[in-house]
Structures are given as structure tokens and as C-alpha cells.
Design a protein around this ligand. Sequence first.
Ligand code: TRP
Length: 72
Amino acid sequence: MAVDGDFFVIKAKENGVHVIGLTRGHDTKFHHTEKLDKGEVMIAQFTEHTSAMKIRGKAIIYTKHGVVNTDE
Ligand code: TRP
């Protein structure tokens, strides 16, 4: 399967922000947790394996749908 899912960017506004990837398919489970410290940026994509993501902590999330501040 081609990996052509949307990208999004997460910028941590504090230490210890977690980016949690959830599996695609019948089971929706955590498959990866990435920890970001303040100022760190992660560029990620929706893939064959990743259908959703959960962001825990203060961060700014940039997607093609807009910008979300988790603490607002
Ligand atoms: N191995 C994962 C995948 O290909 C890597 C990944 C992509 C990921 N996007 C993610 C992990 C978002 C955590 C959050 O799907």
C-alpha cells in the first residue's frame, strides 16, 4: 500500500508531551509513544499502520484543517 496519508506537525510547548500512534484496522491500540521536550517538533504522517494519534500535554498541532493549541 502506498503511504500517502496526510502529514501534520506537533510542536511541544512543555517537556514531556506524548504523541501516541493508534493502529489502523479492527483493533484500535497504541503502537508507539514518542516523547517530545519543549521546543521539539515532530513531523508525522497517517500511514497504513497509523489511523489516529493522541497528543497528551501542551502542544501546537498543525494540520491541513487548521491549527490546534491543546491548552486552549
Ligand atoms: N511505524 C509507524 C507507521 O508507519 C510510524 C508512525 C507514523 C507513527 N506516524 C506515526 C508513530 C504517528 C506515532 C505517531 O505508521
